[in-house]
Structure formats: C-alpha cells, structure tokens
Design a protein around this ligand. Structure first.
Ligand SMILES: C[S@@+](CC[C@H](N)C(=O)[O-])C[C@H]1O[C@@H](n2cnc3c(N)ncnc32)[C@H](O)[C@@H]1O
Length: 550
C-alpha cells in the first residue's frame, strides 16, 4: 500500500524536476539571446526578450510556490532582467519606463550595483543632480564598485560638479573662449536664478526678477529638449530650412513620447491662444532638483497642440538678438528650451541669451529691479517701428511694449515718418538723416529713454555715420558723440554687439585704446552681451574680435 502511495509523489517530483530543468534551459536561452542583443546594441529586440524573461520569472514565482533556493534564484534573474531592460530603455531615451524598471529591480535588491548605476545615469540626463549623486553614492558602497572605481568615481565627480553649478550658477567659459573655442565644450548644468513665473501685463505669463540684479547677472541656464542644426550657406533655399524644422519637430515629438517628464513640461507652454487663461506654473517644477513626475503618461500626444506650442516657443539659436559661441557663420539651429519659453518679447529688452552647445544661458543685459519682468528680443530691435511691427506680426502678435507705444505716439510727427521712409530707401546721406532726427528730438522735446528709443530705431543711420571716416569729417561736429549715442541706446534697449563695435571704434578714433575707464565701460557693455560667465581677459578677446567684425 505504502509503495503504491509513494509512486505518484515520486512521479510528481520527477515531473517537477523536469519542468524546472526545462524552465532553467528556457531561461538560459532567453538570457543569452537578450545579452547578445544588448551587446549588439539592438535595444528594441533585447527589451522584448527581457520582457519574456520577466513574465516567465513572475509566472514561476506566483504560480509554483518555489522553495527558498529556487525562489532566490528566480528573484536574482528577475532583478537582473529589470535592470538590463532599464539599460536598454535608457539607451533609447525611454526614461520613464527605464526608471520604473530600475525601481522594480531595486525593490528586489535594494543595493543592486548595475541598477544603481543605470538609475544614476538616467537622473543625470534628466538634470536631477543630487538624486543622481545619491544613486552613485549608494553604488559606491557595493563591493562591485571596487572593480569599477574609475566609472563610479567619474560619475560621482560629475554629479558633485553639476550639483554645485546648478546651485551657485558659477559657470566659467574663460578657457574655452581663450582657446578659440577649440576642444571640449564647457560643462553646463541647469540653473534657475532669481526668477519666478507670474501673470504678465504683456501677454499671458512671463518671467520676473525676484531681486535687484546688475547687468551680466546669470538668470537661468536651460538645456534644450531638442535642437536641430545645419551648416547652411547663405544661398540655401527655403527647403533646407524646412528640413531643419521637420527634423526638429520629430526630435521633440520623440522626446515627449518617450519621457512623460518632458511631455508634462511641454504641456505647460503656451499654444499661442487664450494666453490669459493659461495656468501659472510654480517655478519649482523647472528646478533641477524638482520632484519627478512619477508614472507613465498614457495620454496620446495631441499633435495639433504640439505643433502650435513649437510654433510659438521655438527659438533660433542664431537669431540676431542671441549670441552663439563657438560656431561658424553659416550655422543655423532651431530648438526648444522650456523655461526660456516663458520670456515675453519687448523692443526694450532687459535680458539677452547666449547659446553654448545645447544650453541657452539667459542673463541681465542691464541693471534691473526686483519685480521687473524679464524680456528679450524675439527679433532685431535696432530697427524702426514699422519693421518691428512687421516682424512681430510674423510672430503672430502685436507688440504693445513701452517703446512701441512711445513710438506710436511719435507717428503724428510727420517728420519722424519721413525720416523712417528715407532710411528705408537708403539713398539719402545718413549724416543729414541723423541731424534731422537729432534736431527733431530737440523740437519735440524728447528726453531720457525716448531719445534712446528713437536712436535705436534709426541705429542703421547712426552706425553708418560713425563707421565712415568721410561722413564723420562732414557731420561729426553736428551730431552727438558716439559715446553719448551708445549710452542712450544701451540704456533704452540693452547691450548689443553692433553698439559695442561703434563704442570701440569711437575709442580708436579718439586715440583712446585701452584706457582703464573706457575698457571698464566696454567690459560692462560686454557683460550685457555675454553675461558674467567669463573672466576679463576672455571678454576683452571677444570685444576685440567683435570690434573687427563687419
Ligand atoms: C514664447 S511665448 C512667451 C510666454 C507666453 N506669454 C506664455 O504665457 O507662455 C510667446 C508668446 O507670448 C506672447 N507675447 C510675447 N511677447 C509679446 C509682446 N511683446 N506683445 C504681445 N504678445 C507677446 C505671444 O502670444 C507669443 O506668441
């Protein structure tokens, strides 16, 4: 009786052993296949195979109540599969999924070395420097860190540096500038300075200074969600630009589809309509250390809205109101920088942007007060009212800034309109035009900023006179000195390379080359253009360079 009872149990055990062996063999095959795909950088394929391994492990754990030894083996395989799938997803920039898998792996094994490294790298890519630092610190405690000390220490140093930069804004590009922009790009981390988002009187939401700042002060540094660039000689047609635009849209859509964090940030941007009713987001969500938007968004991307958002918020790196460091003249790039997208336009802007690599660096272009709205120029503001109207119209809005309002009121001065028309035709002697304007301003009793506004509008005429020996001999005594014009224009519309060039040429003409007071002033103008991200010698090099450029 005993024998007949024992038989099915033995059989059962044999069957179980066989099944276990089969399962082990299957698992082994899948693991080899997945590893091979991962090594061959076929990430999509490897993700599929790791998904099969994960399902198999989960099935075995939940359905078969394995013994302790078997369970531990399965847990190990499961942890590694989650970790490797996260690695493959991260390579495809699918950061939300990758982070979720990291969490699953770490739930099984809290200090899993490989997963901690993977999670740290993803957080670093998402600019979460101190969270990334925590991961690498935890990984460093694992015995495996000894064999990989170079890698772990490299990441630890990078996180510490980025965390410091994002907290202090102490960027320095001096060496890079002095080396003629050769070699590796300087490292930038995201930085949010003394700014906040509030309702704007200009339109919708805007960025505002939270304390008094002086010209050149760094206000924010943001990394592009995506940029597309090409070297395009001047005769490249519209098609070439359309190709850049299309590639750029594809890149943004890809990033938003793959990462819910990015999608959520883009959703805060204006689609151009009904701006007055848009929510005013907390500045905190844009800080590098902000809480992550956990979970994976299942909402489909609204392509119509996305295209409107890109239309309204994308910026040209090489716009006249921006400065690109380290690129040649035929270079064109379009990109999306989230926090910078909250800046409204003004024809008397107080901030400027500098493009370095994929980062946009926004700094004060003149001294400003706490509570002032930060604005930059979407287009060239050293141009007359009608040209600016056309350009803002192309952007889809009617500019209602202080300067536009002031100049609209000037329009009833018939003579001002005549001067503008003459400037547009470009046939008159620019010196006579400047004289007419200066004389007109005296009669119209234009003072203070108003003078700067009008001089900025007719800048073309001033710069042609100041740039010509012949015109200066003829008109020099009848018009204000270059320095006075520069001062009033900078006071009205902020610093600009073209204005600094006139200032530097004026110094040369007056025989003053490198006087301390003058150089200090040139430096201040330079800080308005380039910000305080470099030391004096590098700024001087850039100013001398811009002084010789046409
Ligand atoms: C990059 S967004 C600027 C932030 C936007 N105000 C918001 O609430 O998100 C560009 C849009 O802001 C508005 N805007 C910016 N500057 C403006 C100005 N000077 N006058 C009128 N509207 C302006 C326009 O609707 C423009 O399409």
């Amino acid at each position: 009786m005993r024998e007949t009872e024992a038989l099915p149990q033995e059989e059962e055990m044999e069957v179980e052993e066989e099944e276990e062996e089969e399962e082990e063999e299957r698992m082994q095959n899948l693991r080899s296949k997945a590893t091979e795909l991962l090594l061959r950088e076929e990430y999509k394929g490897s993700i599929q195979v790791y998904t099969q391994i994960i399902s198999l492990c989960q099935h075995c754990i939940s359905k078969k109540s394995p013994d302790a030894v078997h369970l531990s083996k399965l847990q190990k395989t499961l942890c590694l599969a989650f970790s490797n799938r996260a690695e493959a997803q991260a390579r495809l920039l699918e950061f939300s999924e990758a982070l979720r898998d990291c969490e699953e792996a770490l739930r099984i094994e809290k200090s899993h070395f490989k997963t901690l490294l993977c999670k740290g790298k993803i957080l670093l890519s998402l600019n979460r420097y101190s969270m990334a630092l925590d991961c690498f610190k935890a990984a460093n405690l694992d015995p495996q860190a000894n064999e990989n000390s170079d890698v772990v220490n490299g990441f630890l140093d990078k996180c510490k540096k980025f965390e410091f930069l994002s907290r202090t804004g102490a960027f320095d590009v001096t060496d890079w500038v002095l080396s003629g922009f050769s070699g590796k790009l300087p490292e930038f981390a995201e930085y949010v300075g003394a700014v906040e988002i509030r309702k704007s009187e200009i339109s919708g939401r805007g960025l505002f200074a939270t304390k008094n700042v002086e010209s050149g002060t760094l206000l924010l540094v943001t990394k592009a969600i995506a940029v597309d660039r090409a070297i395009m000689p001047q005769d490249s047609g519209e098609n070439a630009q359309l190709v850049i635009w299309k590639n750029f849209i594809d890149k943004v859509v890809e990033s938003a589809t793959k990462c819910s964090e990015i999608k959520s940030l883009i959703s805060k941007l204006s689609p151009g309509e009904d701006e007055e009713n848009l929510e005013v987001p907390e500045i905190g969500i844009f800080r590098p250390e902000a809480e992550m938007n956990s979970g994976i968004s299942v909402d489909k991307l609204d392509m119509g809205r996305m295209l409107s958002v890109l239309d309204v918020n994308s910026m040209l790196e090489d716009a006249i109101s921006a400065k690109v460091l380290g690129k040649n003249a035929d270079y064109h790039g379009v990109g999306l920088w989230i926090l910078a997208s909250f800046l409204n336009h003004s024809c008397d802007p107080n901030v400027r942007r500098l493009h370095i690599g994929d980062h946009v660096v926004v700094h004060a272009a003149r001294d400003m007060k706490a509570g002032e709205e930060l604005t930059f120029a979407y287009f060239d503001v050293l141009s007359p009212l009608n040209n600016r109207r056309e350009m803002s119209n192309n952007w889809g809005f009617l500019c209602r800034c202080k300067r536009c309002k002031f100049e609209e009121n000037m329009c009833y001065k018939h003579e001002a309109t005549e001067i503008e028309i003459a400037l547009g035709k470009g046939l008159v002697d620019m010196g006579s035009l400047v004289c007419r304007l200066e004389e007109g301003m005296r009669r119209w009793m234009v003072r203070g900023k108003g003078k700067g506004y009008l001089r900025a509008s007719f800048w073309e005429a001033y710069s042609r006179v100041f740039g010509s020996e012949k015109l200066m001999r003829k008109w020099g005594r009848k018009i204000p000195a270059a320095e006075a014009v520069v001062d009033s224009v900078v006071d009205a519309v902020g610093s600009d390379e073209r204005v600094v060039r006139v200032f530097m040429e004026g110094l040369k003409r007056g025989g003053i080359n490198g006087g301390v007071v003058e150089m200090e002033k040139a430096m201040k103008l330079g800080r308005g253009i380039y910000g305080k991200v470099m030391k004096k010698q590098a700024m001087r090099r850039l100013l001398q360079f811009s002084g010789t450029q046409e």
